[in-house]
Ligand binder design. Structure first.
Ligand SMILES: NC(=O)c1ccc[n+]([C@@H]2O[C@H](COP(=O)([O-])OP(=O)(O)OC[C@H]3O[C@@H](n4cnc5c(N)ncnc54)[C@H](O)[C@@H]3O)[C@@H](O)[C@H]2O)c1
Length: 253
């Protein structure tokens, strides 16, 4: 029987591990025998996650918009565990909902820098490490969004940045497949993590939108993490270059 959840001995780095999907993924993997390298720009949140985990793992501050930080994170995986098997480029943020005609350059830049450029740095340095190690290869999972495969009214900068993640995913998948590197993206629909819930007005708006989706609800964070695990799994060895919607049927409309 093929096991999709066999992560024993795998060296797995997760960005944005201080909250939401990244935190839940770290907690889920913690007792799996995987060797985790957890990072986040928010040190306080990261240390809380680190201290709650039963097994000893590496945790370090990494701002994905800073190339040196990302190099440091990948280097830490190599220094601590001798390789990097799986990189989850999960760190991300949104911006206040508004029409494109009202969006500022600052909001566009922030979305691009964290959501697209941060993923680019992860791909660049994660794959460099995967090509240099023996045996070669690994898996990259990028966290895009439903806003990465369709329009997202009032979330223009986020949609542009998350479409960029899908473009990087497909390109990297083509460029490095023959070197044993698989690259995929997950595209979740709304899920009640702090990204959605920290602003009351935004949370109420999203809840209303989700009520009109096929399943009439948001996705539970665990439902998203379950698919992240499937996409990351070493057993999922022929899936490459895909942007997988986890959206309760929203994209089927
Ligand atoms: N929650 C949703 O509805 C939803 C839907 C689709 C996609 N996503 C994506 O899922 C990913 C995880 O988001 P979440 O919902 O868990 O949100 P979250 O806010 O709970 O977690 C995001 C984490 O990323 C970290 N982060 C932000 N900027 C960073 C930076 N520059 N460097 C390093 N870390 C940084 C934050 O500190 C936080 O810990 C994001 O890429 C997000 O865009 C979320």
């Amino acid at each position: 029987m093929v096991q999709l959840d066999n992560f024993g001995g795998q060296v797995i780095a997760i960005t944005g591990a201080g909250s939401g999907f990244g935190k839940l993924l770290a907690e889920t993997l913690s007792a799996s025998g995987a060797k985790l390298v957890l990072s986040d720009v928010n040190e306080e949140a990261l240390r809380q996650v680190e201290s709650a985990l039963s097994d000893v793992h590496k945790a370090l501050v990494c701002d994905v918009t800073r190339e040196d930080d990302v190099v440091g994170m990948i280097g830490a995986a190599n220094a601590e565990y001798g390789r990097l098997d799986i990189l989850v480029n999960n760190a991300g943020l949104g911006s206040p909902p508004k029409l494109l005609t009202e969006v500022t350059e600052e909001e566009l830049d922030l979305n691009y820098n964290v959501n697209t450029k941060g993923v680019f740095f992860g791909i660049k340095h994660g794959i460099r490490q995967m090509l240099a190690q023996d045996p070669k290869g690994g898996v990259i999972l990028n966290v895009s969004s439903m806003a990465g495969i369709g329009g997202a009214p009032l979330l223009g900068p986020y949609a542009a940045a998350k479409h960029g993640v899908v473009g990087l995913t497909k390109t990297a998948a083509c460029e490095f497949a023959r070197h044993g590197v698989r690259v995929n993206a997950i595209c979740p629909y709304f899920s009640p993590t702090p990204l959605v819930t920290q602003d009351e007005d935004f949370a109420a708006r999203i809840k209303g939108m989700a009520a009109n989706s096929p399943m009439a609800r948001m996705g539970d964070p665990q439902e998203i993490v379950t698919v992240m695990l499937m996409l990351m799994s070493p057993a999922n060895s022929f899936m490459n270059g895909q942007a997988i919607a986890v959206d309760g049927g929203m994209s089927a409309i």
